[in-house]
Design a protein around this ligand. Sequence first.
Ligand code: FAD
Length: 101
Amino acid sequence: MNAAGPWVANVISDVVGLKTNDRIRLVQGSHIVVNRLYDHDRCYIFQNPDGRIFFAIPYEDDFTLVGTTDRDYDAAPENVAASSEEIDYLVQAVSSYLARM
Ligand SMILES: Cc1cc2nc3c(=O)[nH]c(=O)nc-3n(C[C@H](O)[C@H](O)[C@H](O)COP(=O)(O)OP(=O)(O)OC[C@H]3O[C@@H](n4cnc5c(N)ncnc54)[C@H](O)[C@@H]3O)c2cc1C
């Protein structure tokens, strides 16, 4: 069993030493945490004009979790981080539905 998550291809090639033509496609789905956007404990699911679904979920006491993006990722898994484009995408998406408190 290979349960190495996003490192699954590294384990196949570097640890087990198997040669394979099979490919692993990594997808980056970033979230952002912002100051609480609304005053109740329910979540929202929205649809963007590009057809993608994203959500807003209460996070701890004072925050809202907004996500996700969805893009191919081909760098080292341990280096993944939300890009400024992804952050802008999520801020614009959620701002088109929710006014600031
Ligand atoms: C912020 C965030 C939100 C998410 N939200 C959701 C969600 O809502 N729904 C959902 O379905 N998924 C979600 N995911 C994705 C989900 O967390 C992963 O899909 C899941 O954790 C994958 O589990 P896994 O056991 O396959 O791999 P991982 O949890 O990534 O575990 C892999 C393990 O393998 C270890 N490893 C790597 N290489 C080696 C090696 N050579 N030798 C030994 N150990 C090694 C790593 O250290 C790690 O501990 C989210 C992820 C993040 C970061």
